[in-house]
Design a protein around this ligand. Structure first.
Ligand SMILES: [Zn+2]
Length: 376
C-alpha cells in the first residue's frame, strides 16, 4: 500500500473513533492524486476502516458529473448521477462510493476529512450560523447555507469554491455546511489536524455554558417494559432508555423539549427520523401506557411512520427500533441532538431543518440505502 493511503487510513480512524467528531458512523474521508481518488465507501465505519473500505475512482470520469446536464426530476437526476459515479469506479468489489464523492473530487487538496462534529454543528445548526462563522473564521472558511444533499448541494459547493478561489487566489480549506457539518482539506494530514484543532478552539471561545458532565445511566419506565403493546408496528421491536443531567434539561417540560423536537441534519433523520415524541407525565402506570398508545397513534397518523425517540416528561429518552444495534444508534444520535441544541444557545439558539428539507431527505433513495447499511 502506498504511504498516502496508509495516512488516509490513519486519519480516518483517528476522527472515526472520536465521538465528538463522528457520530454513529457519519462522515467520510478521501485522498486524491493526479488521476485517482480514494473515497470512503457508503456504510463503512471510519473507526475501523481498512484499505478495502475505500472505493477508488477515476477523476477524469468523475469530472463528467460537473459538466453533464441531468434530469430536472430529483429522483431521476440522483439515479443518473449515481450511475455516473458507478461508471467512474476503478476498484474491485461491490462497495458504493460515499454520496459525497463528487464533493471530495472538487476540493482542490489531496486529503479531505468530512465530519459532523458536535461543536461545529452547535454552530451550524444555530440561528446565527452564518454571522458567527464570519466572526470566528473570517475569510478563512467558506459557509454554505443549507442545500438539499446530493447533486444540488454539489453544484452549489462547486460554484462557491470557484468564487472563493477567484477572490482569494486559493481554494478554501474549511467548508462549513449549514445543518450538516464541515469539510476540512489540506495536502497533509498534519495540516488537517491543525485546522480541526483551530476550528474547535475558536468555537470553544464562544461557549459560555459548557455541556453538563456526561452522567448518563439507564432509565427505567413502564413504557419500555410494555413497548411492544404500544403499537402493532412495535410488536418485534426493542426499546432502551437513558437519562442524564443533559437529558433532564430537555425532558423536564414540553417547552424545554421543543428545543430538541426536530432533526438538525440529514443524518439525524437517517437514524432517528425527523420528529421526536414527547409524552406528558402521568402518575399512574396503566394510564401512562394508555396515554402513550394515543400519542404514538397520533404521531403515526401525522407522519406516516413510527417514532424512534420517545421522551416521557420529567424522565429520560427512549429509543425504539427493530434491533439492539439500531436502538443504540438512535440513543447516540439523539443524545448528540440534545448536545447540539444546548450548545447552539451560544449562537442564537437551535435552528432545525424545515418541512421541505425534511421531505426531501425522506424521499431520497441514497439515504434509504445508508439507512439499510447502518442496520446491516
Ligand atoms: Zn456529511
Amino acid at each position: 500500500m502506498n504511504k498516502d493511503l496508509t495516512e488516509l487510513i490513519e486519519v480516518s480512524r483517528l476522527y472515526g473513533k472520536d465521538k465528538t467528531f463522528v457520530i454513529a458512523g457519519g462522515g467520510n474521508t478521501s485522498f486524491k492524486d493526479e488521476s485517482h481518488i480514494w473515497v470512503k465507501a457508503s456504510g463503512v465505519a471510519l473507526e475501523t476502516i481498512e484499505e478495502n473500505g475505500f472505493v477508488c475512482l477515476s477523476r477524469a470520469k468523475l469530472k463528467i458529473v460537473s459538466t453533464k446536464t441531468y434530469s430536472h426530476d430529483a429522483t431521476e437526476r440522483e439515479a443518473e448521477v449515481k450511475a455516473d459515479l458507478a461508471n467512474a469506479i476503478v476498484s474491485e468489489g461491490n462497495n458504493r462510493p460515499s454520496v459525497e464523492t463528487s464533493m471530495h473530487e472538487i476540493i482542490n487538496y489531496q486529503f479531505v476529512v468530512h465530519t459532523h462534529p458536535t461543536k461545529v454543528n452547535a454552530l451550524m445548526c444555530s440561528n446565527n450560523a452564518e454571522n458567527a462563522c464570519r466572526e470566528l473564521f473570517g475569510d478563512q472558511s467558506l459557509f454554505i447555507p443549507y442545500t438539499d444533499p446530493g447533486y444540488i448541494l454539489f453544484k452549489k459547493v462547486e460554484t462557491e469554491i470557484a468564487l472563493f478561489t477567484t477572490k482569494f487566489g486559493k481554494a478554501p480549506q474549511i467548508i462549513f455546511l449549514e445543518n450538516h457539518g464541515v469539510f476540512v482539506a489540506a495536502n497533509s494530514v498534519s495540516e488537517i489536524n491543525d485546522l480541526y484543532t483551530s476550528i474547535i478552539e475558536k468555537i470553544n471561545q464562544k461557549i459560555k455554558e459548557a455541556l453538563p458532565a456526561d452522567d448518563s445511566k439507564s432509565f427505567e419506565s413502564p413504557i419500555i417494559e410494555h413497548i411492544q403493546e404500544l403499537h402493532p408496528g412495535f410488536k418485534t421491536f426493542a426499546a432502551m432508555g437513558i437519562e442524564s443531567t443533559l437529558i433532564h434539561h430537555f425532558a423536564k417540560d414540553h417547552n424545554s423539549f421543543k428545543k430538541a423536537n426536530i432533526a438538525f441534519t440529514p443524518d439525524d433523520i437517517v437514524y432517528c427520523k425527523a420528529h421526536y415524541l414527547f409524552l406528558p407525565a402521568i402518575a399512574n402506570d396503566q394510564e401512562q401506557i394508555e396515554s402513550a398508545k394515543i400519542h404514538i397513534n397520533g404521531y403515526v397518523n401525522t407522519y406516516g411512520y413510527l417514532p424512534k425517540v420517545l421522551v416521557p416528561e420529567g424522565g429520560g429518552i427512549i429509543a425504539v427500533e427493530d434491533s439492539i444495534k439500531s436502538v443504540l444508534n438512535v440513543l447516540e444520535v439523539y443524545s448528540n441532538i440534545l448536545k447540539i441544541s444546548f450548545l447552539s444557545e451560544n449562537f442564537g439558539g437551535p435552528k432545525f431543518m424545515t418541512k421541505a428539507q425534511i421531505e426531501f431527505i425522506d424521499n431520497w433513495e441514497v439515504e434509504n440505502y445508508r439507512r439499510k447499511m447502518a442496520k446491516s
